[in-house]
Structure formats: structure tokens, C-alpha cells
Design a protein around this ligand. Structure first.
Ligand code: ZN
Ligand code: ZN
Length: 183
């Protein structure tokens, strides 16, 4: 299988077997992430490695792609804001058809159906969707991360007994009085 020169590494020239139902090829390649896959909170950074292991099978409507995609996602813990890195492994699948109108919406499962020209298979969207679906909405550095103190922002993990003295309301009234006098 050859890459089309000067274009996305996600594109494969498959002219040679696209119209031979039953033919099969495997793809085992590492690509750079095309752009940030994910959100500001969590995602696979642009240029990070994405590993794709898939099989391409020529079927009568086009090419059926199925396999797995793996990458390392980077995010920020939703509680303590520490950097979080974790592996993402996702199933990938899609049907690339020569003519989408022939497939129709028979089963309403059009999300995994893509149209292609019969020569170039562009796997970027399939890979992107697979990775993004696996990302947690709010990543955590660990399930029981205690987060930050809501008063001073200190990391509660470093200081589990962390507490603030609660000022007696009478004293706080006095404090604000002094502050007023000072200003
Ligand atoms: Zn955390
Ligand atoms: Zn505090």
C-alpha cells in the first residue's frame, strides 16, 4: 500500500484492490495527530503519535475498515489541575462506499459510512472520531483526587489535614470596622 505523495499521511491509495470484493489488506502504522484531538481540558496533542492497526476489506459497496487506534492523551485533572497523561485505545470502524446514495439510510447508521472516490481512503475522520469518543469529559489524576482547597487553593493531597480557622463572626465584624477606619 502506498501513500499518496504530498498529502495527509492518513490517505491511502487503494485503487489496486478497491474493486475486488474479498480482498483484504492490513494497515499497521504510526501517524502524527493531525490537530489537537479533543478539548482544552483533555486531548491528544497535535503531532503526538497515533498508532493504527486496522484491516481494510474490499466489499461490494466499497471498503470496510476495522481495527484499533491507540494514542496518549494529555489533560488537566478536573480537581487539582495537575497534568494527567493516559493511554487511549479505541475501536475504529467505518464503511467507505463508492456511492453513498446506494447505501441509503436503511438502518439509520450513517455515522460510520463515508463516501470515497474508489482510489484514496482518508482515515483521518475515522481515527479522530474514535479517539475523541474515548476521552473522558473531565479527566482526573486519580478517581479519589481530593482537589484543591476552596479557600486558598492549596493542594489537599499535600496537606490532608488542611483547615482554615473560622473567624468568630463578632471578630470579623470588628475586623471590617478597622478596615473601614483605615481606608
Ligand atoms: Zn487531581
Ligand atoms: Zn486552604
Amino acid at each position: 500500500m502506498s501513500h499518496r505523495p504530498d498529502s495527509s499521511p492518513y490517505r491511502f491509495l487503494i485503487r489496486d484492490f478497491a474493486r475486488s470484493p474479498g480482498a483484504q489488506r492490513t494497515v499497521s502504522e504510526t501517524f502524527p495527530a493531525p490537530a489537537v484531538l479533543g478539548t482544552v481540558m483533555v486531548g491528544v496533542p497535535e503531532g503526538a503519535e497515533i498508532r493504527l492497526d486496522a484491516s481494510l476489506e474490499a466489499v461490494s459497496e466499497g471498503i470496510w475498515v476495522s481495527g484499533t487506534v491507540a494514542a496518549e492523551a494529555v489533560g488537566e485533572c478536573g480537581r487539582c489541575l495537575d497534568e494527567v497523561r493516559f493511554d487511549v485505545a479505541a475501536p475504529v470502524q467505518g464503511l467507505f462506499v463508492f456511492d453513498q446514495s446506494q447505501v441509503g439510510d436503511e438502518e439509520g447508521e450513517s455515522e460510520d459510512v463515508f463516501e470515497f472516490d474508489g482510489e484514496t481512503l482518508d482515515l483521518e475522520e475515522v481515527v479522530r472520531d474514535a479517539v475523541v469518543l474515548q476521552l473522558p469529559f473531565t479527566p482526573l489524576c486519580r478517581p479519589d483526587c481530593p482537589g484543591l482547597c476552596d479557600q486558598c487553593g492549596a493542594r489537599l493531597e499535600d496537606d490532608p489535614d488542611h483547615a482554615h480557622e473560622v473567624i468568630d463572626p463578632r471578630w470579623s465584624a470588628l475586623t471590617s470596622l478597622t478596615e473601614q477606619e483605615e481606608s
